[in-house]
Design a protein. Structure first.
Length: 268
């Protein structure tokens, strides 16, 4: 039903570019697929396996149609840290944008890591280091709820398991310059940014997908403070646009999350 409302509300936006039109084709082809089933999908020149078609459609919309991760760099081999690489949609986009990019792809979900590896091999993508660990504030591991899609998190209601973690701060301090840092780590961003707040001076572009979980401190002010103290200009966007927000508190009917924002930071 969301997709039908989208098409009726924004018909001209939906047909604006070739990638918008491709999105419509993907909706018609895969929009009625059963959720949380491994499925093989295709778009453009790519063939992918995905654990959840709805998540794949959202990723295509944001990454390819809306180009959330588009950035400019004078470096022909930009350094990109992709925290929360999921099944590899973002990696494919970055490699399309900069074929010689040096990408570190971090993914916490064990099942998704296998799919990520096979997707990159299937599409002959090279020059990507896969780090099969959660991005966190230490290396002691993290209790993580697996949902085998793109909503696994430390706040998930699914059964939690202790999985290995890396300290992002250490990776940031290894590089003299980082062209793009993408952080889509399902609620861990608040703690990680707090730990990294004095190590972001070499980051040129910063994307954070902010998540607010019901029953937990929201922490948006702390995240924005990190952007401001590190000299980033920023833009905040959301695709929620809820009706009656004073009484309608849930994010798309989500049982654990009540807010999701995309925060784009860059240096002038």
């Amino acid at each position: 039903m969301y997709w039908l409302r989208y098409l009726l509300k924004e018909p001209f936006q939906a047909l604006r570019t070739s990638r918008d039109r491709e999105f419509i084709k993907l909706l018609l082809k895969y929009g009625n697929a059963k959720r949380h089933n491994r499925t093989h999908v295709s778009f453009g020149k790519y063939q992918l396996e995905v654990p959840d078609v709805m998540s794949f459609l959202w990723q295509y919309k944001e990454i390819y149609a809306d180009e959330f991760y588009f950035f400019k760099s004078d470096n022909p081999s930009p350094i990109i840290l992709d925290c929360g690489a999921n099944v590899g949609m973002s990696v494919l986009y970055f490699k399309e944008l900069y074929p010689n990019a040096k990408i570190s792809a971090f993914e916490a979900e064990p099942e998704i890591i296998q799919i990520l590896r096979s997707n990159l091999i299937r599409n002959k993508v090279e020059g990507v280091e896969i780090i099969p660990k959660a991005v966190w504030k230490d290396t002691e591991g993290i209790w993580f709820g697996s949902e085998s899609a793109d909503s696994s998190s430390i706040y998930s209601k699914a059964e939690k398991k202790l999985i290995p973690s890396i300290r992002l701060k250490e990776y940031l301090e290894k590089e003299n310059s980082i062209d793009f840092l993408k952080m889509d780590i399902e609620g861990a961003e608040i703690e990680v940014l707090e730990d990294c707040k004095n190590s972001l001076g070499n980051v040129k572009n910063l994307f954070v997908e902010f998540h607010s979980y019901i029953g937990n401190t929201q922490g948006l002010a702390d995240v924005i403070r990190v952007f401001e103290e590190n000299g980033f200009r920023y833009f905040i966007d959301t695709n929620q646009h809820r009706l009656r927000p004073f009484v309608n508190h849930k994010y798309r009917g989500n049982e654990v999350m009540d807010l999701q924002l995309n925060i784009f930071g860059w240096r002038e």
